[in-house]
Design a protein around this ligand. Sequence first.
Ligand SMILES: Cc1cc2nc3c(=O)[nH]c(=O)nc-3n(C[C@H](O)[C@H](O)[C@H](O)COP(=O)(O)OP(=O)(O)OC[C@H]3O[C@@H](n4cnc5c(N)ncnc54)[C@H](O)[C@@H]3O)c2cc1C
Length: 520
Amino acid sequence: MLRTNTAAPTWVELKLSNLSFEFRLLAPRIPLEKQQVTSDAGGLRLAIVGGGISGISAAFYASRDSRFSAVRLFESSGRLGGVIETLHKGRYLIERAADNFATLIPDALKLSRDAGLEDMLVAPREHGRQAFVLHHGRVQPIPAGFSLMQPTRVWSVLTTPTLSLRGKARLLGEFFVRARHEQSDESLESFASRRLGREAYENLVEPIVSGIFTADPTTLSMQATMPQFLAMERKSGGLIRGHLAARRADAAAAARKASGARYDQFRAPELGMNAWLEQLAAKLPSGTVSLNSPVAELSLNSPGDRANDNQTSWNLRMSPDKSEDFDAVILATPAAVSSKLLQNVSAEAANFSSTIGYASSAVVAMVVNRSNVRGRLDGFGMIVPAKEQRDALAISFTSNKYSGRTPDEEVLLRVFLGGALRPEVMDRTDAQLEEIACREVREILKWDGRANWMGVIRWPEAMPQYTVGHCDRVAQLHTALRRLPRIAVCGAAYEGVGIPQCVRSGRQAVENVVGTRSVE
Ligand SMILES: Cc1cc2nc3c(=O)[nH]c(=O)nc-3n(C[C@H](O)[C@H](O)[C@H](O)COP(=O)(O)OP(=O)(O)OC[C@H]3O[C@@H](n4cnc5c(N)ncnc54)[C@H](O)[C@@H]3O)c2cc1C
């Protein structure tokens, strides 16, 4: 059974822990109980709260920026990385959460390049670049070129067994559906059903979206999660029209996107996420990171009046007898934590942050012998529509995607359970979750035998839910924060849950605390 706090520390964690040790060696040189950290050499002293990928990115870019004279990163737990973590169990490499990131939004790749770590990254294997969907209890390929919700190949739609004749006609009829020109947000379910028809929504879009966001598409904001398709409807009149327009503009790129080559747009650290995080952390100046340092309270040392900006500073309280002052603060914590920290300084900002809800999920990771699986394993994974009425949201064939995760004769499966639509799963014991996962794999993938290794990874309240109106609420939060001196928020709660968006939000937060320039 796996739990964060009981898993044996890996060499990576031990190395990351050294950073904390290093800081503790330095700390006694500062005699005051309340350490005064103010601008010197003309630069700002910046505190970043939260050592997930968002906070690490902010620390990385700020520490290379001459506008800051000192950068400190406070993390409550004993390791950096937040939800991203690799487990090494004998011959197996298992990612607890993210196992790769997209490069279409280039920020995580850019961070790797900027840190000189691009060589660590590999693309998914060439073999098996496809995914499946469960349809009437059978595992079927997702139509080739069906990109999130955009059909790009007529032939694959006409021949897919996942839609009835009527469903196919309605899906291709998207070409003739009139565009909605209202600027207001709408739910993902509303957009997809309106444009593609109910059947394509239920059989394809709903499971894809539930798999990515572990969310309820009837409440999920289209503007916050898939703005590219909203923009396409407004600009080109629809999704098929948008694809045709893109193909006319750049035939090669559109063809790549529509084919298996889109898997080229993903990268993973060859040796696992921890190895990447460790190298990123090593690029931070010595003494930047303080592990086991939860920030309990945030306050302004003098009123946040714009005219008096130069006199104000932020006080971060870690414990009743330990606090430090800084010129600027970035909160890279989950929304509920940021909301609590903001309560003392802006009720308005705290309220906006508190409106962002989270969904819980669980992942059962299991390694099985390939020879015991009679179902299709020649892909990267499969998704399960809610209408199939099963417990699994998705099953990732994780070791098919990247080499070095298991020996070739075995396969690492990650069974995703729970999410916004199935919260009751979280009430089950680990033994029950293992039993559910085994049943799902047995029935769906025709597996027979015993798992060579199995572990339950729980994610309580870990996936932010971008409900309709999310972008407006986040904009209001940023506006409320701009009324305060040099403070910003970043992280998965606001402008995208994927690693690239988190990296981008960290970089943007660095700009937000000193000015208003948008990152490119
Ligand atoms: C199961 C799962 C699978 C995923 N798969 C993918 C994937 O394949 N690809 C992808 O791109 N994305 C994936 N994601 C999403 C992505 O990994 C996360 O959205 C992202 O890592 C979140 O980073 P973050 O820094 O914003 O937040 P977090 O990782 O939550 O970090 C926040 C940090 O703040 C710390 N903290 C909290 N309170 C305090 C405090 N008071 N003081 C100091 N520190 C504090 C926490 O300990 C934590 O380290 C997945 C997510 C999950 C849950």
